[in-house]
Design a protein around this ligand. Structure first.
Ligand SMILES: Nc1nc2c(ncn2[C@@H]2O[C@H](COP(=O)(O)OP(=O)(O)O)[C@@H](O)[C@H]2O)c(=O)[nH]1
Ligand SMILES: [Mg+2]
Length: 424
């Protein structure tokens, strides 16, 4: 049995280092929620035995018409293209784009290692148009819209916090609280509808074996709890469930179970001090009541930034009294919202950020690169990011004795630089 380092293995099978490419080549199956591939790739449950996760999670941008969704989407995609020339960015469909998760640590590691290539972690953004009041009853694009939301891993709701008389607000005035309520209620109605149907179906169920019965009981009790919350206008994610109950309702892909970040879209004059904008305060209050996060951006400014040459961007930001673009925050918040963590591999060929779930063990983390790494896992050599930087290289970290050898039980920590040893 040969023991080899993961990097060598990658060298032997170059196609393995392009999971993004393989994601793209399977896009047709990936984008339909009822295909078997979809459920494999979209398995983000930490309690699940499978450690396979999609390389780029999917975040859906929703909101009422004219709040700045498309402006923000375009800025995110354009900016992504400019930030990392080596990354195979793409707009898969006019409203779907893949962008890198900005991470300064990656560039530091890549320079220290003199890597030929640097590959960041990525997120897929989807601009989901068509939500209006009554969507759950089929208004606007109605059901089609809601189906698109069902397929995403997290929701970004853009809320208009800028005044502009030239841009019509569907309800006649800028009113963040009302905008949030409208969308929240449409999602709540949709989930309620689905839950009522499911409860009726379970009542008629005739399963005999005790294991299935236990599972159905867990589902029923979860559905009753969630139904109660929805009737109060609260999202499913606000309900306390046992792990077993949570697992039992996972197959329903409830819309209000998905994590939400509110994106307060402010005027450029408010960017330097967003908390002074009373609309932002309304969004922040609603967000905390709905167990959600908030990020402030100016979609307009981001759109303008993405059209400027990179060297002029900093100057423009400075003129607005801010130090960095809001997109980095937005992307990082979206990433963090799902309990995702990053570890790195660093070698001459490539330095790369890998996405894992919080709590994953070393073999599971290795499995994100390739399932053979998980099956044949022997041990991992690992060093924390800061220690790696202080040492300057993996070899020097080894000499200094700070490169640790970790076994199967090791829980991978945020920022670990890892080298896997495995059998094939
Ligand atoms: N003043 C101002 N206008 C914006 C801002 N964001 C978007 N807009 C404008 O609002 C209009 C609607 O934006 P769009 O992104 O198409 O909205 P969507 O319907 O939510 O996709 C466009 O004319 C944008 O230029 C902003 O931050 N400030
Ligand atoms: Mg739009």
């Amino acid at each position: 049995m040969a023991t080899r380092a993961a990097c060598n293995h990658l060298h032997l099978f170059p196609s393995l280092v392009h999971p993004l490419k393989s994601t793209l080549s399977t896009k047709h199956t990936l984008f339909t929620s009822n295909s078997p591939l979809y459920s494999i790739h979209r398995n983000f449950s930490s309690s699940s035995s499978s450690s396979k996760i999609s390389m780029s999670l999917k975040a859906g941008i929703v909101g009422l018409p004219n709040v700045g969704k498309s402006t923000l989407f375009n800025a995110v995609v354009e900016n992504g293209k400019a930030q990392a020339a080596n990354f195979p960015f793409c707009t898969i469909e006019p409203n779907v784009g893949i962008v890198a998760v900005p991470d300064h640590r990656l560039n530091v590691l890549s320079e220290l290692t003199k890597s030929q290539r640097t590959v960041p972690a990525s997120i897929e953004f989807v601009d989901i148009a068509g939500l209006v009041k009554g969507a759950s009853q089929g208004e606007g694009l109605g059901n089609k819209f809601l189906q698109h939301i069902r397929e995403v891993d997290s929701i970004l709701q853009v809320v208009r916090c800028f005044d502009d008389n030239d841009i019509i607000h569907v309800n006649g005035k800028v009113d963040p609280k009302s905008d949030i309520d409208v969308i929240n209620l449409e999602l709540v109605f949709t989930d309620l509808d689905q839950i009522e149907k499911r409860i009726e179906k379970l009542k008629k169920s005739k399963v005999k074996d005790s294991q299935s019965k236990v599972k159905e009981e867990a589902e029923k009790s979860a559905l009753e709890k969630i139904r109660g919350a929805l009737l109060d206008g609260k999202p499913a994610r606000s309900v306390t469930l046992t792990d077993y109950e949570r697992d039992a309702v996972k197959h329903l892909y409830l819309l209000t179970m998905k994590p939400v970040t509110y994106v307060a879209n402010v005027a450029e004059s408010d960017l330097a001090d967003p908390s002074s904008n009373h609309y932002v305060k309304e969004v922040a209050d609603a967000a905390s009541q709905l167990q959600s996060g908030i990020v402030t951006v100016s979609a307009q400014v981001e759109a303008e930034l993405s059209e400027l040459p990179i060297e002029e961007r900093q100057e423009y930001l400075k003129s607005l009294g801010v130090s960095e673009s809001g997109l980095g925050n937005l992307i990082r918040a979206t990433y963090g919202l799902l309990g995702l963590r990053t570890y790195f591999t660093a070698g001459e060929k490539e330095t790369r950020a890998w996405t894992i779930l919080a709590g994953m063990t070393a073999p599971q983390a290795a499995g994100v690169i390739h399932s053979d790494f998980e099956k044949g896992f022997i041990r991992a050599e690992t060093v924390a990011y800061d220690d790696f930087v202080a040492a300057g290289s993996l070899a020097s970290a080894r000499e200094k004795g700070i490169l640790r050898s970790e076994g199967k039980e090791y829980i991978v920590q945020e920022g670990d630089v890892m080298l896997f040893r495995f059998n094939v």
